[in-house]
Structure formats: structure tokens, C-alpha cells
Design a binder for this molecule. Structure first.
Ligand code: PHB
Length: 541
């Protein structure tokens, strides 16, 4: 367990339940998304009754699900990190370039931003290889063990260097960085410090930096800063990551650095040409929603936590810097409530005063100070969910549907040829006689409800029928009904399907009784999919 940040005591106006709720989300994130209640108790140091109420509130918000007794992060929690990434804009503007470079070089490419004395990934274009260690979006690494680190450190103030030295002294094994293997034998004396200072000087002179197996034997990287055209400061760092079985660090510099530099020049041009952000509509009705939940759940619902968390989702594209007034308006919260949430987040390092006041003189009162989300918002659930897949997203929803209708439910996709469907997830009902389709099973598309549904849509005609039913066509006795699962663009990319034995359900039965539940489940899966795929690639199988 990483030692907690030696944070100063919270200000008097900070919201204690919000601090505790954030701690629960962070400990769940460090544990890869799943903890039992007793493990949560140990990890947070909170009383069991407090943990239970926080978890109940997070369940109500859709950020956590209970698998048995275990608290499990859901894709929905990614909306917090999405708010930061949308406000940042860099992934929207640059990730296609990073992906193209990864394809061209056949190596992983990442984009990282500075997070105090660490670096945090805001994009990962990963290659699938036997020998590849790559980090997840949202992972935090100690600056001195990476290639981007010395580049960011060229902009550090004396204060930032002091923070870094203190952290090295307090945490020589890097236990505060659960994403990296711990340092077994920290270098003695000043050597590590001097080495990082020397690497930073070199990076300032050469405008690139190398990581020669600083994190782990075999892992090498070369990095180049992407500068913000308006400020000339480093907006993010682009890295090419490889393995010594393919490139040495020096080899990376000699062969791939020129192409990385060319790609970065294009990225900087893209930033120069970027249109102003399109301000998205803020979500509304928070106050009403949390009030209703309080009525319903009573003591088990920690309203100040729910209200506080919605403050983060007030930020987004075109809403990168918000004042107290903006936040109160976007969330529907009372100004006093919103103000205390802002104070709490600033204390937790999740919000920072924006560079310049947006709508007021520099000496304006606190109501006019603008705030921006920090990369640390990604520590609220993002990394463990950043590599999910559609079957993993769908399975808990299939389970709930199977429980509700007592029929086997499944998810299917069309194979590349278009002639077959392949089942990718399935939750059987506990009937003695049940339709036997396992994940991986392929069936002729034309004979199945799912196949007919998906076969109707082509990339250019994105809207197939709302549902299809097949009757005893594939196999005598099997009646099947399917509805589409659509991606963010509205394209049907999978089918949700119930296959029942004719003896149990008439066709009318299927349509009248099962279809509404099927549609509701499809909509839940789509909500999760759309949240998860806003900034990450979600594989369909
Ligand atoms: C990565 O993208 O995984 C990465 C980048 C730079 C490093 C190490 C890893 O120094």
C-alpha cells in the first residue's frame, strides 16, 4: 500500500465527506478497481459504517457496482477523467497524430502532461506485443524515472525542485507510484538527484530526452516536448516507447527521433490551427437529483459527497476555467455548497487556480477566481477502466437482465465477412434446458436475430431496425429477439440478444414482456460504452 500523501490539514471549510469519498475512489483505483469492504476499511483508515455509506452513495451515482460484497469501479466513473481530458483538449486535438505515428513506427506512442513532480499519461497508442510494458491512460510515474520527466523539469521553479527532493527523501522506493515497480535499492546519497538535474540540463539543450530502462529492464523511450503555440510552454510530451529486443535507447534516438520530431512539428501546427473550443452544455439538475436520492436512501446517501463530485463534471470542453458563479450555475448547487466543494478540491490538488482570471481583474474577490481541473482528476478511477472492452462493459448488465427475465442473455458482433455473428458475452439463465451458446461461438448471421439486425446496417446506413425476432429458424425450439448496441456515432456495433425456448415464450410474449427490458439494458450498456470510448479505444471483442 503506498504511503498516503503527507497532505497538510484540510482548511476548516473543506467538506469532510467529499475528502473521504475521493479517498475511497483513489484507493479503489490503486487496487485496479476492486476492493472488499474490509480491504477498503484498511486502505482508507475509515470506519466500516463510513465506508458502507460512501460506497452506497457511489453505487447510487453509478460510479461503483457491488459484485457480491466487493466494490467495483464502473465505466461511468470515467466521466470524471473525461471532464479533465475534454477541458484539456490535447487528446481531442493530438491523439489521431499519436495513433498515426504509432502505426507508422509500429511502436507505442504516448502523450504525457506534468503532474507536480510526476508525469501522467493523457493518451496511449499501444502496440500489442509479447514484450511490451506499457502504461495506462491516467497512470502517474515519478518524473525522474521517465523520458518526459526531464523535459518538464526544464520548466520547474525552485519550489518544484524542492518538492521533488522532499518526495525522493520521503519515498525512496516510489511506493506512492503504484503504476511503477518499486525501487529495490535506492541510490545512496545525492547521485539520483544529480543525475536527474544533469538529465534536465541535457534535455534543455537538446530538446529531447531518453529513458534507458529507468522504470524496468528492457523498457526504453525517447521523448520530445509539444509546445503550446500561444505561450511557448510545454503543453505535453510525446514519447515513442520500445523494448531493448527491438531498439537500444541510443538506437531509438538515432532511428526514430527524427520521425518523432516531424510528428511533433505537425502536432504543434495542429494546435496553432485549432479552432476555439466548442463549449458543451453543462449538465443540470444535480441539486434535484441528489435531493431525491437523499429522500429515498436516507442516512445511507451522503449528499455532500454526491454534490461535490458533480462539481467536477461541470468542467469540460470549452469549460476549462470556471468561477464559483459558473460552477453554481452549471450544477444548480447553492453558492455556499459549490464554494466549499471548490475549497475541498483545491486542498486535494484536484483543482488549481487558473492561470489568469477569466472575467475579472487579478485582484477580484474569490467569487471571480477561475479554477481548472488538474491531471490528478485521472486518479479517480480512470486507469483501471481505460483498457476495458465491450464484453466486459456489457457483462454486469447482462447479468442483471438475466436475473430479471430468467432467460439467457448474450452479446454478439458481426464477423469481418459479415456472414456470421460471434457471441462475445453471455449470461445463462438457470433452466435445465437452455440454449447452448458460449462466448466465441459463431453462427450464420442470416439465421439469427442478432445477425439480421446487424446485417441491415452497413457503415453508410447506420440505423437498422429497433429490434428483430427470429422464430425457430436456426434451430427448432429456439426463439430469439435482439436489439442494437450503438456507438457514439449512432452506428450499431453489436446486438444484445435473448434466446428462449419456444415452450416458455410466445412471440408476442417476447415482444411485449422482454423487449422493454432488453431496450433498457441496451441503453445502460450504451451509456457505459459512450463514456468509456470518449477518450479510449474500446475493443468490441
Ligand atoms: C509510456 O508511454 O509508456 C512511457 C513513456 C515514457 C517513458 C516510459 C514509458 O519514459
Amino acid at each position: 500500500m503506498p504511503p498516503p500523501d503527507p497532505a497538510p490539514a484540510p482548511p476548516a471549510e473543506a467538506v469532510a465527506p467529499l475528502i473521504r469519498g475521493v479517498a475511497v475512489l483513489q484507493r479503489l483505483t490503486e487496487a485496479n478497481g476492486v476492493l472488499s469492504p474490509s480491504a477498503l476499511e484498511r486502505a482508507t483508515g475509515l470506519a466500516r459504517s463510513t465506508v458502507d455509506r460512501i460506497v452506497a452513495t457511489l453505487v447510487r451515482m453509478g460510479y461503483v457496482r457491488l459484485d457480491g460484497r466487493d466494490a467495483t469501479l464502473t465505466p461511468r466513473v470515467m466521466e470524471l477523467g473525461n471532464a479533465y481530458l475534454a477541458a484539456l483538449r490535447l487528446p481531442d486535438l493530438l491523439s489521431a497524430r499519436a495513433d498515426a505515428l504509432a502505426d507508422a513506427l509500429d511502436e507505442s506512442v504516448s502523450l504525457a502532461v506534468p503532474d507536480r513532480d510526476g508525469i501522467r499519461f493523457v493518451h496511449q497508442a499501444t502496440r500489442r506485443r509479447a514484450m511490451s510494458l506499457s502504461f495506462r491512460m491516467g497512470d502517474l510515474l515519478p518524473a525522474e524515472r521517465t523520458a518526459p520527466g526531464p523535459l518538464f523539469a526544464t520548466e520547474w521553479t525552485a519550489d518544484a525542485w524542492r518538492t521533488w527532493r522532499t518526495r525522493r527523501q520521503q519515498d525512496p522506493h516510489d511506493r506512492r507510484f503504484p503504476a511503477v515497480p518499486p525501487v529495490l535499492r535506492p541510490p545512496a546519497g545525492l547521485t539520483a538527484y544529480e543525475d536527474f538535474e544533469r538529465r534536465t540540463k541535457d534535455a534543455a539543450a537538446a530538446h529531447y530526452a531518453l529513458d534507458d530502462q529507468l522504470i524496468e529492464p528492457g523498457l526504453v523511450a525517447v521523448s520530445v516536448p509539444v509546445r503550446d503555440p500561444r505561450t511557448a510552454r510545454i503543453a505535453c510530451v510525446a514519447s515513442v516507447v520500445s523494448h531493448t529486443s527491438r531498439h537500444t535507447a541510443a538506437g531509438l534516438r538515432d532511428t526514430l527521433l527524427p520521425r518523432l520530431r516531424t510528428a511533433v512539428a505537425t502536432m504543434e501546427e495542429d494546435l496553432r490551427q485549432a479552432p476555439p473550443p466548442a463549449p458543451g452544455a453543462p449538465r443540470s439538475g444535480t441539486a434535484l437529483w441528489t435531493g431525491a436520492s437523499k429522500q429515498e436512501l436516507g442516512r445511507e446517501f451522503v449528499e455532500s459527497l454526491a454534490r461535490g463530485l458533480t462539481v467536477l463534471t461541470a468542467f469540460g470542453e470549452g469549460r476549462a476555467e470556471l468561477t464559483l458563479t459558473d460552477v453554481a450555475k452549471a450544477t444548480g448547487l447553492a453558492r455556499a455548497t459549490a464554494r466549499r466543494a471548490l475549497i475541498t478540491y483545491e486542498h486535494l490538488g484536484l483543482l488549481t487556480p487558473a492561470d489568469a482570471p477569466t472575467d475579472a481583474a487579478p485582484d477580484a474577490g474569490p467569487a471571480h477566481r477561475a479554477f481548472a481541473l488538474t491531471p490528478r482528476v485521472l486518479s479517480l478511477g480512470f486507469p483501471p477502466l481505460s483498457r476495458t472492452s465491450l464484453p466486459r462493459i456489457a457483462t454486469p448488465h447482462l447479468r442483471a437482465l438475466t436475473d430479471a427475465i430468467q432467460e439467457t442473455t448474450a452479446l454478439a458482433v458481426l464477423t469481418e465477412s459479415g456472414d456470421e455473428i460471434q457471441y462475445t458475452a453471455r449470461v445463462p439463465a438457470s433452466h435445465v434446458m437452455s440454449v447452448d451458446i458460449r462466448p466465441g461461438t459463431r453462427l450464420p448471421a442470416a439465421a439469427t436475430a442478432a445477425g439480421r439486425l446487424l446485417g441491415q446496417g452497413s457503415p453508410t446506413t447506420p440505423t437498422p431496425a429497433a429490434y428483430t425476432v427470429t422464430d425457430e429458424e436456426l434451430e427448432q425450439g429456439v426463439r430469439s429477439i435482439a436489439v442494437p448496441i450503438r456507438d457514439r456515432t449512432g452506428r450499431a456495433i453489436a446486438a444484445l440478444n435473448v434466446a428462449a425456448h419456444v415452450a416458455r415464450r410466445t412471440t408476442a410474449h417476447c415482444v411485449d414482456d422482454i423487449l422493454p427490458a432488453l431496450r433498457a439494458t441496451a441503453s445502460h450498456i450504451e451509456t457505459d460504452l459512450h463514456t468509456a470510448s470518449r477518450f479510449t479505444h474500446v475493443p468490441l471483442t
